[in-house]
Design a protein around this ligand. Structure first.
Ligand code: M6R
Length: 616
């Protein structure tokens, strides 16, 4: 969840570290720090509470810190409040070891007690300080060098970590170690980089090497050497990142979120096209790249979709689409629940993990749980080479490109697309539909990008409406079927960035308790894109209206009856009803965005949140 950057080479390290951290600030932003070494001297450590700008100001953009080898960190607090003392890097009293860490050390209390018995002192409340001092302890006790000290530490700690460490005796080297927290090594000419995520190093290099679980690395300006836990060297291939630098910049938009909303038509189209073949009139789904065969689909007895947050909401839409098109039982579950509930999984089932980052701790654990039970796993992932992508049996990549805003928009939209295409293929292979229906559905999907564009073009109405409700305290989203799935995501978009309390309810549930919350002036947003459920939803809207609710309706062009009931109606273009989430959600993304802007909030970095939740 925190951001990590390291640099070693011929240039001044601090400005590069700060620049890299700025690209990662979406991962965590309650405090930040850097440690830079200038030859054999002690490292210069500068830390500050608050956003990165404070640290940048303190160091004059890094210019006032000398040295060509350094590490940096933006923090999202897990152990200990956001403060300068808890900010990373942490170091030993004699500066023998200084390091940054992403993840959680579960047994840090027990390790701290051990270290206290060996006269170590602790100043912060963090688990990181403990792990840094434990490395120092093993380094001094066995006197066998950094790799040995790291390996001994890794065997001793429980939890997850991406560790980046400098040792006083090794001035031209940075050491890394990883378990269950993301980290990549970027390779330059006479310089090398370490980062927890690609955007931090894209400006400098696209050549990367991935460090695996329970592996370590020694990084010098000339290269990276990898080691396993026994200290034996491991060979790694060099891979190429295809994302371009521009994709990770704001490109004239005020916020990344708005830029990413605007990118949706393109990334949705790119994703559709990457999974289809054939000409107009004879389109087919092509899953060859993911390795999903007809045989696997035929044998499949049930699908378990497992994910967190918005990716889980994609799963809720997918459940309706899969079951309706392919007539296969689908269960969608939160990864944090799945991993601990001892799920009953048929050996012919398929577990689908959906994740933008490919690093979400609960989703990764759910994937491992399924694999341990011998169930085939398919990952729908955006970040190439991420842990989930590497560990799943089959991978379908979404082509959303780098998503920086904490609130997902374009990754969510591309995840929907992959699910639709899978559902279509399942339906065909299981003889529920024929080739001509496949072509019809894909042809309809190919109209989605232009329809998203149309929703974005009408954004001013939503901006006006959001400003009117800028002081709202509670908002309720109601819908049935796929519209309920849209509500879940619309509500999350609103609350995560605008801090307005909002809830999504299956409209039929209102009378079972929720309706007592409705009082004069409360905003209720009714989503009604499904023709068979349209009348029923209008009835539910009337029920809340008669208890004082102010009604916003969201429906498709042509369904004008809603206007007789709703106080404000938003229309989006019609698609095949299986795919309406893709178009309708854009209006709710815009509503959430404009509400946050109207409330003067930091849209891209909402409080308490991090882009990728790599700890439990
Ligand atoms: O990287 P992932 O897709 O696994 O992340 C899952 C959730 O953390 C993520 O969707 C989160 O809910 C977003 N902030 C929602 O906008």
């Amino acid at each position: 969840m925190c951001g990590i950057v390291g640099y070693i080479g011929g240039k001044k390290a601090a400005p590069i570290l700060l620049e890299g951290l700025a690209k990662l600030e979406y991962r965590g932003y309650d405090s930040a720090g850097i440690a830079v070494r200038d030859g054999e001297g002690k490292p210069t450590i500068v830390k500050s509470q608050g956003k990165l700008a404070v640290l940048s100001e303190k160091t004059n953009g890094g210019d006032s810190v000398k040295g060509q080898c350094g590490i940096g960190h933006t923090r999202w607090a897990t152990h200990g409040e956001p403060s300068k003392i808890n900010a990373h890097p942490h170091h030993t009293d004699d500066d023998n070891v200084v390091g940054v860490h992403n993840g959680i050390i579960e047994n840090y209390k027990e390790l701290q007690e051990k270290l206290l018995r060996h006269d170590y002192k602790f100043y912060s409340e963090t688990d990181t300080e403990v792990v840094i001092k434990l490395i120092d302890y093993y380094y001094k006790k066995y006197n066998m060098g950094p790799i040995d000290a790291l390996a001994k530490t890794m065997v001793r700690v429980r939890g997850s970590y991406a560790l980046v460490v400098m040792f006083a005796d090794y001035p031209g080297e940075i050491y890394v170690a990883r378990k269950d927290s993301p980290m990549i090594l970027g390779l330059g000419e006479g310089e090398n980089f370490i980062a927890s995520d690609v955007p931090a190093i894209l400006k400098y290099t696209r050549k990367v090497q991935y460090i695996g679980n329970l592996e370590m690395g020694r990084v010098t300006k000339d290269g990276v050497t990898f080691f396993d836990l026994n200290g034996d060297e491991i060979e790694k291939k060099v891979e190429e990142i295809e994302w371009d630098t521009e994709a990770a910049e704001k490109g004239g938009y005020e916020h990344f979120m708005m830029k990413e909303i605007h990118e949706q038509p393109k990334v949705v189209e790119d994703t559709i096209r990457s999974f289809i073949t054939g000409e107009e009139g004879a389109y087919k789904v092509n899953l060859t790249e993911c390795g999903i065969t007809d045989d696997l689909i035929k044998k499949c007895s049930a699908i378990h979709i497992v994910a967190c947050g918005s990716a889980y909401h994609v799963g809720v839409t997918a459940q309706y689409v899969f079951e309706d098109l392919a007539r296969i039982p689908v269960r969608v579950e939160l990864a944090s629940e799945f991993r601990y509930r001892n799920p009953i999984l048929d050996k012919n089932a398929l577990v689908i993990i959906i994740s933008q980052s490919g690093e979400t701790a609960d989703s990764l654990a759910a994937l491992r749980e399924a694999k341990d039970r011998g169930i085939p796993t398919l990952a729908i992932v955006n970040v190439v080479g991420s842990s989930i992508a590497r560990e799943a049996d089959y991978v379908c990549y979404t082509l959303a490109g780098p998503e920086i805003a904490v609130a997902t928009t374009k990754a969510y939209s591309t995840q929907l697309i992959v699910n639709y295409l899978l559902a279509i293929q399942f339906s065909l292979v299981r003889d529920m539909i024929d080739d001509s229906r496949v072509n019809e559905l894909i042809t309809d999907m190919l109209t989605i990008p232009a329809k998203i564009e149309k929703v974005i073009e009408d954004k001013e109405r939503l901006q006006w409406f959001a400003a009117k409700f800028a002081n709202a305290k509670d908002v309720f989203f109601i819908g049935r079927g796929i519209d309920y799935a849209i509500c879940l995501e619309g509500s999350l978009k609103m609350k995560e960035i605008s801090y307005v309390h909002s809830e999504a309810y299956a409209a039929g549930e209102l009378k079972h308790g929720t309706i007592s919350l409705i009082e004069d002036g409360v905003l209720v947003i009714g989503v009604a894109t499904q023709s068979t459920l349209y009348e029923k939803l209008i009835s539910n809207m009337v029920e809340v209206q008669s208890r004082g609710a102010y009604l916003m309706g969201l429906t498709t062009y042509g369904s004008y009856d809603l206007e007789d009931t709703a106080n404000f109606t938003v229309y989006v273009p019609k698609t095949d009803e299986h795919f309406t989430t893709s178009v309708a959600i854009v209006a709710l993304q815009l509503l959430g965005y404009y509400l946050a802007v109207a409330r003067g909030l930091d849209v891209d970095k909402p409080r308490n949140l991090a882009k990728s939740v790599t700890v439990e």
